[in-house]
Ligand binder design. Sequence first.
Ligand code: ADP
Length: 151
Amino acid sequence: MKRIALFPGSFDPFTKGHHDIVFRGLSIFDEIIIALGNNSAKNRYFDLEMMKSKIEGLYIDQSQVKVIIYNELTANLARKLNANFLLRGLRNTTDFEYENSIAQVNKSINGDLESVFLITSPEYAAISSSIIREVHKYQGDVSHLLPYSLD
Ligand code: ADP
């Protein structure tokens, strides 16, 4: 059976840390679907379609990586896409606390879904989308934190 992993997130923006998780995930899974959550309750900072095409551009030569936008329960989406694995990154204990509760809920909704966590590479552990948004808002340079160019 094909090992398909869903990598869900806000990716507002998609960072070098996320890119590292996908890249490393490729040695474990046959296919990785990066799913950008279109959560209407959360106001995005970076445009969703723009972010989707930036991510697609990164993996143009990797046919095992797909990028989609979604607006539903992650666990249900995984079932629909035949993805038996949820890929997530872990930076620190705060991530762990949060990921632990999401993983329990997801498992209760979709019993076939196994969450798989990759520990962040140390060089990317301090990168967070929220800090990038803050720096960008005040015209700071964030280019070294992103795996693509914003312009
Ligand atoms: P969410 O809003 O669902 O937390 P994010 O886009 O912030 O979505 O993150 C998606 C996933 O990537 C999460 O599992 C998060 O822990 C992980 N992640 C975020 N930043 C990094 C990083 N610098 N290195 C590795 N993983 C990360």
